[in-house]
Write a protein that binds this ligand. Structure first.
Ligand code: PMP
Length: 404
């Protein structure tokens, strides 16, 4: 029996028991050996960070006008800096989504948006739907609320509208479905115009709200993706955006666009979480983007990632083309999703891949249920074409060795 001395004074909340260490972080530890060609991470290329523009903007914010400098260092409003909220509304209008700046909540990364949404919309046992596979960080944000997360069958074009209908015809109405229409993390896939319309039609029919997560939408290679779901059903969509992939993730700046009826609750959750998003970062970013900087900067990221994607697709075809492996051909974003030949398990292959000099992330943790163990994710944005060539050759060697 436990004595008073040996008994821990701490008792965890039920929701803490539901939290898991990120499976990916554990895996990434293995992959961070020096000298490894790392395709496992989810980081943007640091070479795209606009250091000079950030430097100049910091200097401007802390410059001659002492009032601006002081305001940037003071507590700020929970909703976010008005200039940024207006910028978000103007950007969305260009994509056909006409919203008011009053609907924009600036968050500490869009990851915080996911956490606030979970707190506001999910109870223990609430039914909710995700794509298969889906963004692991969203699963991490949702699970502490202990919802019942169901994955809806999806293909290379995203979530399947007939499968969604089937899921909605049985059981209670889910609180929402979480969707990533553009260059999805982890698969790189994109929902085309027809798929978006089909999915929206089903959601409207059943009154199923949508959480649309779009951190990669600006990173298209040849043509802009179809209009966001928000533009198609403004009352039924909560939209998440981010500055992480177009400026820098270290700023921790994202946003939620909420229908007016939900906004006050999200704002209250935001106040409880951290009062407001760092005001200094918001002012610096407002300063950086005010003269159309992103219109010049983002195309340079697109060009770079486009070349890297081309290099990876070519290397995959050359090295793995005859092995029976399959992969996605993303038209934007940062990731390619590979399905290994039958009989291979990505997780089991990773140690040999690391020994051969390259690392990927096994796909299984990205599934809420029914994981496909043959899948893995490759990021193409932090390696040069030459590193990509060597990395895919190493992967092919391991795949061939395991298949023998
Ligand atoms: N959603 C998706 C799909 C992501 O891939 C990420 C970042 N990996 C986020 C949200 C969170 O991004 P941030 O908090 O940096 O805006």
């Amino acid at each position: 029996m436990n004595t008073r001395e040996t008994l821990s004074p701490w008792q965890l909340a039920e929701r803490a028991h539901a939290m898991n260490p990120s499976a990916i972080r554990e895996i990434l530890k293995v992959t961070e050996r020096p000298g490894i060609l790392n395709f496992a991470g989810g980081l943007p290329s640091p070479e795209t960070f606009p250091v000079e523009a950030m430097h100049a903007a910091c200097a401007a914010v802390l410059g001659e006008d002492l009032n601006v400098a002081r305001a940037s260092l003071q507590y700020a409003s929970s909703e976010g800096l008005p200039e940024l909220r207006q910028w978000v509304a103007a950007q969305m209008a260009k994509q056909g989504a006409h919203i008011s700046p009053d609907q924009v909540l600036i968050t500490t990364g869009s990851q915080q948006g996911l956490d606030l949404i979970a707190k506001v919309l999910l109870d223990k046992g609430s039914r909710m739907l995700v794509e298969s596979p889906t963004y692991l960080g969203a699963l991490q944000a949702f699970t502490p609320m202990q919802p019942s997360i169901e994955s809806v069958e999806s293909d290379f074009g995203g979530v399947s509208a007939p499968a969604l209908r089937k899921a909605l015809e049985k059981g209670e109405r889910p609180r929402f479905i979480y969707l990533l229409p553009n260059f999805q993390n982890p698969t790189g896939r994109t929902m085309d115009e027809a798929r978006r319309n089909d999915v929206i039609a089903v959601c409207r029919e059943f009154g199923l709200p949508i959480v649309e997560d779009n951190p990669y939408g600006e990173l298209w290679f040849e043509s802009q993706p179809p209009a966001p779901l928000l533009a198609r059903w403004p009352e039924g969509v909560l939209y998440l955006g981010s500055f992480s992939k177009i400026l820098a993730p270290g700023l921790r700046l994202g946003y939620v666009i909420a229908p007016p009826e939900l906004y006050p609750k999200l704002l209250q959750a935001k106040q409880a979480a951290d009062l407001h998003t760092p005001g200094f970062n918001q002012r610096v970013v407002a300063e950086v983007i005010k003269d159309g900087f992103l219109d010049r900067h983002v195309p340079t990221i697109r060009d770079r990632y486009h070349q890297q994607r081309d290099a990876m697709l070519a290397a995959l075809q050359r090295e793995l083309g005859d092995t029976g492996a399959e992969w996605t051909r993303p038209v934007g974003g940062m990731f390619i999703w590979v399905r290994l030949p039958e009989g291979l398990i990505a997780k089991d292959l990773l140690p040999a891949a690391v020994d051969a000099g390259m690392a990927f992330v096994p796909g299984a943790p990205f599934y809420a249920e029914n994981a496909d163990p043959r899948t893995l994710r490759l990021s193409f944005v932090t390696s040069t074409p030459e590193q990509i060539d060597r990395g895919m050759a190493a992967l092919a060697k391991v795949v061939r060795g395991a298949g023998r």
